[in-house]
Design a protein around this ligand. Structure first.
Ligand SMILES: [Zn+2]
Ligand SMILES: [Zn+2]
Length: 122
């Protein structure tokens, strides 16, 4: 049973696809080599059977920042990884809300100051 030799284009497409996949997988494989297969949040342990549920989180959220010493990587299970990013989104949303609250709080003191200055000028 000899398969038809694939055309040059097919080979190139297959190779490009494999290279992209390897690039995507490379930091994950490196991180799995450096770190024990344990979720950094909930402490769940992983084995070869379920390691696909263990994901690589980028501490600075920059997926292009992949130092070889793994300092930007953190192994998290799917659930904790989801939570981690959810918290980031909520923190960003909460940040704008408190800033708006503060702006509201400073509004009346400034108004007082303005009238005080106005009084002095008179
Ligand atoms: Zn976890
Ligand atoms: Zn992440």
């Amino acid at each position: 049973m000899v398969a038809n030799s694939p055309s040059k284009l097919d080979r190139m497409v297959a190779e490009a696809r494999r290279n992209a996949k390897e690039r995507e997988q490379s930091y994950r494989e490196q991180a799995l080599k450096i770190y024990p297969w344990i979720c950094g949040r909930c402490g769940r342990e992983f084995t070869r059977a379920n390691v696909r549920e263990l994901t690589v989180h980028h501490r600075d959220h920059n997926h292009d920042n992949n130092p070889a010493d793994g300092s930007n990587w953190e192994l998290l299970c799917l659930y904790c990884h989801d939570n981690e990013h959810q918290r980031q989104l909520e923190a960003a949303g909460g940040g704008t809300n408190t800033r708006e609250d503060r702006r509201g709080a400073t509004h009346s003191p400034f108004a007082n100051l303005k009238s005080l200055l106005a009084d002095k000028k008179r």
